[in-house]
Design a binder for this molecule. Structure first.
Ligand code: ZN
Length: 89
């Protein structure tokens, strides 16, 4: 196997210069992926919520709050803003 690129029999042949270009691109991307470590880290928050209905069980004593809801926040490297946030019951 050469250069980590699988070319099944019958597929077009990759010219040497293009192969070299792809290899460079592969190494570049691999380097970028390795430096991403922190960026792919995220935070999952478990939340229990109270709704607006006064008669709801979440206002009872003891309260049975709604949830858990999970919120996943992912940060972009060097920037503190959550990039992706969603909730699901
Ligand atoms: Zn409620």
């Amino acid at each position: 196997m050469t250069a980590g690129i699988d070319t099944p029999e019958g597929e077009r042949k990759v010219p040497d210069d293009e192969l070299a270009r792809l290899e460079r691109r592969y190494r570049e991307l691999k380097k970028r992926l390795q430096s991403l470590g922190f960026a792919v880290a995220g935070t999952i928050t478990e939340r229990y919520t109270v709704c607006g209905k006064a008669s709801c069980r979440c206002h009872a004593d003891p309260p049975q709050r709604h949830g858990p809801y999970y919120q996943y926040s992912r940060k972009v490297a060097g920037n503190g803003f959550p990039l992706v946030t969603w909730r699901r019951p």
